[in-house]
Design a protein around this ligand. Sequence first.
Ligand code: FAD
Length: 503
Amino acid sequence: EGGGGRLYSPSDPLSVLSGSSLTATVSNSSCGWLVQFMSSWCGHCVQFSPTWKALARDVQDWQQAVKLAVLDCAQEINYDVCKEYNIQLYPTFKVSNTPTSYAVELYVQSVRQLMVDILQNHSSHTPALHSVQILPLLGQRSDHYTAIIVEDQHSYVGREVTLDMWSYSGVHVRRVLGSDAALLDTLNITALPHFSLLNPDGTHAHVDTSSSSAKPLRFFITWCLRSLPGVRRRFDAHLDNVPAPPQVTAVSKVYMADLESALHYILRVELASHPTMEGEELQVLKDFVTLIAKLYPGGGPVVKLMERLSDWLNGLPLKQIAYQAVLDLLDNKMRTADAFLSPGLNWVGCRGSREGLRGYPCAFWTLFHVLTVQQHHKPQALANTGLAGARGVLTVMRGYMRHFFGCRQCGRHFDSASTTLTSVNSTGEQLLWLWHVHNQVNLRLAGSLSDDPGFPKRLWPDPSMCAPCHEEQAGARVWVREEVSRFLQRHYADDNLSSRTYT
Ligand code: FAD
């Protein structure tokens, strides 16, 4: 830890280096590094830190080719290394294994383009191709897609998309310069930049990017390529052989069967490992049951059963309760023809490519997203309970994660994210907070062992689900939060809930 930690946190996808780790990390690395030497007392560096973080997120997928780091020259332990590197002004940017220093502007786009230029001088650079290399590919069958991006010499789109797809298999990206008349003729190209796709079956098509006129072109092309069947992040070998499951469900729907299976798992499996509950644990159980009674969609038998259980738990004079007693109420004493929770797991939208992937944690997220939207749409539902207020759902989720959720590491991460919960002052902010935190988890887990190759983790919703949710600002893709909020309220609303089960 070199002190830049005051401006940068471990959740930022970049390395905070110190004098002692700089050489070992950067010089012995197989990829290129762009290191920002800064000073934590320099206002300009403080101002620049959001850009550096946004850039690090933006080029997270380039990490096998180039990585970002920061080193704080204001820290005593770094004095010597900053002297050695001759750092006189802050921030100064240096590239691994070259003596060159760069000064850059405050924009993500300009630093990103600098990175492309750096890579061009690095071994990983893929040069622009000529029609003689491309034309023979037309009409040929192949085991992958080939994306052809034709553009001006000074345009960065082709090189940025190449890097975006660096860690993906199933597609090759080829950049051709717009001066290549033979290619323009053959593909009938009239405007640049141009994007064509050669399919594995030998056919090819021009992909119309005009619908993305207000969108960042690089992001649009990258997203198209990542959405192609068979194109996926290079996984560890054991996951590479997992076939993608047949698409029997729509990602645009939310399934009641997932929500009910999550409740079954919570109430009959996860809680069962706590033979007696008291203190905070007991309070979380009471709050959870009350939350479901008040906000679970549909008003069916589950809600009736939870209402009975909630009344009983909240009227309980005891400080301690045995789990077995709760189970007995659930499955015997309170169960009637119109109040019950079906046993068993039936994952539909949350069905994974194989056993052990998706399922419960997927349905757990889904349940809590649904509940945040329900609370937003029914602001009075939690009145007269201990959960009234803007953070009712998240308070219960945090308590549940802390005391009951079986994955300890998940609970710890969620707990540290929850320190920002105090900034949530309305039910609208609550649903966006959970969306944002879920996306942070998605980014952290993308490409990890728990990532299902059939449902790769990514920023959500992608443009196929919500195009207006994305926009470009100062060269970087950014969220349009009002649109995301609107989208969440539609996606997790009652009339998007499907009662389909898996057959
Ligand atoms: P999930 O991430 O479970 O998402 C379920 C569904 O929610 C998606 O299919 C999509 O329809 C929708 N969705 C996706 N993103 C968003 C969003 N941003 N906003 C709204 N809806 C969205 N696993 C680990 O290995 N390590 C961890 O540290 C870890 N931490 C976790 C913390 C919490 C609080 C929870 C609930 C789970 C955690 N998990 C962790 C599990 C992990 O997040 C996934 O749930 C699991 O890997 C299954 O992933 P999935 O592909 O089914 O999609």
